[in-house]
Design a protein around this ligand. Structure first.
Ligand SMILES: Nc1ncnc2c1ncn2[C@@H]1O[C@H](COP(=O)(O)OP(=O)(O)OP(=O)(O)O)[C@@H](O)[C@H]1O
Length: 293
């Protein structure tokens, strides 16, 4: 993986060394299970089946892994467990050998809506996480400038989120997550709300940012094409209970462009993953029908 492109650093902002993946980012889920109602009275109508069971997943430092699966298969739950927003009822999540016990700056989360602070400018949004870290003000300013530049928004630092397009807002959200130089970036359907063209641009942009920073990426998407285009591996979840049913390597060149989508290897893997998602979705809906009947 290449290092950061320092030629892109603005004259006013000396280069901030970006993470290279050598600083860690090894994620391990061992026997992870999540039952939201464990040990509590189950609310009427709540499913008796746990959300996730027996999830084993290893992500190497600097790897880009995508998770796909039908709606309700537990994709977001898995990401929230890794983010430390919720604790598993079974098993353990570790980052570089240390148990994940809550949120932390070494794991940056980006969700579909971006969730920017509407009263803060783009630059101030990116600065937010840095303000919580012990860091001289000049260093914070340098990092904000570097990441604004990295996401191609150096001219937009003073804009409020309401004055940015959807794609620009997501770029700010990604820059905000990256600015703390996390060992792992967690992305939950980050481009789900964007139009097709902007989504394609953002996918290319994300591959570039990943190549520049070398950070580990774990991304949830329901878009199989996006997962195969972006990931080095695609993990497929099935529902009821949510579990891993496939973990497939993406054997495509590292330098991906829009032509990659016409590569026979791409088309073959996309079809294989779509079939798996469909198969497990059908099995799920027939189980529901049988229960209702
Ligand atoms: N806080 C919660 N309390 C109870 N159940 C929950 C909670 N969060 C999620 N669930 C349940 O866990 C299951 C998986 O939800 P999750 O959002 O992880 O799925 P998903 O695969 O991300 O779905 P989608 O693709 O529709 O976003 C669902 O049945 C959902 O109702």
């Amino acid at each position: 993986m290449s290092g950061p492109d320092l030629t892109k650093t603005p004259a006013t902002a000396p280069a901030v060394p970006a993470p290279t993946g050598e600083g860690g980012g090894a994620l391990l889920l061992r026997g992870v299970g999540m039952d939201f109602h464990a040990g509590r009275r189950r609310p009427a109508g709540a499913p008796a089946i746990p959300t996730l069971v027996g999830v084993d997943l290893a992500v190497a430092p600097g790897e880009f892994v995508c998770i796909v699966g039908a709606s309700g298969s537990g994709k977001s739950t898995l990401l929230r467990l890794v983010a430390g927003l919720i604790r598993p009822t079974e098993g353990q999540v570790t980052l570089d050998g240390r148990p994940v016990e809550g949120p932390g700056p070494e794991r940056g989360l980006v969700c579909q809506s971006g969730a920017l602070f509407p009263w803060r400018t783009a630059a101030a949004n990116i600065a937010f996480g840095l303000e919580l870290l012990p860091m001289p003000r000049a260093e914070r300013r340098r990092r904000v400038a570097w990441y604004l530049n990295e996401v191609g928004l150096e001219a937009y630092g003073d804009r409020l989120p309401g004055q940015l397009s959807g794609g620009q807002r997501q770029r700010v959200a990604i820059a905000r997550a990256l600015a703390c130089e996390p060992r792992v970036v967690l992305l939950d359907e980050p481009f789900g709300a964007l139009d097709v063209q902007t989504k394609e641009d953002m996918q290319l942009f994300l591959r570039q940012v990943w190549a520049d920073t070398g950070t580990t990426v774990l991304m949830v998407t329901h878009d199989v094409e996006e997962a195969v285009f972006l990931g080095q591996r695609v993990v497929v979840l099935a529902s009821d209970p949510g579990r891993v049913v496939a973990d497939l390597p993406v054997r495509l060149p590292a330098g991906r462009d829009l032509g990659t989508r016409r590569d026979p290897a791409f088309l073959e893997l996309r079809a294989e993953v779509e079939d798996l998602v469909r198969l497990h979705h059908r099995a799920h809906t027939s189980r529901l029908a049988a229960t209702a009947g």
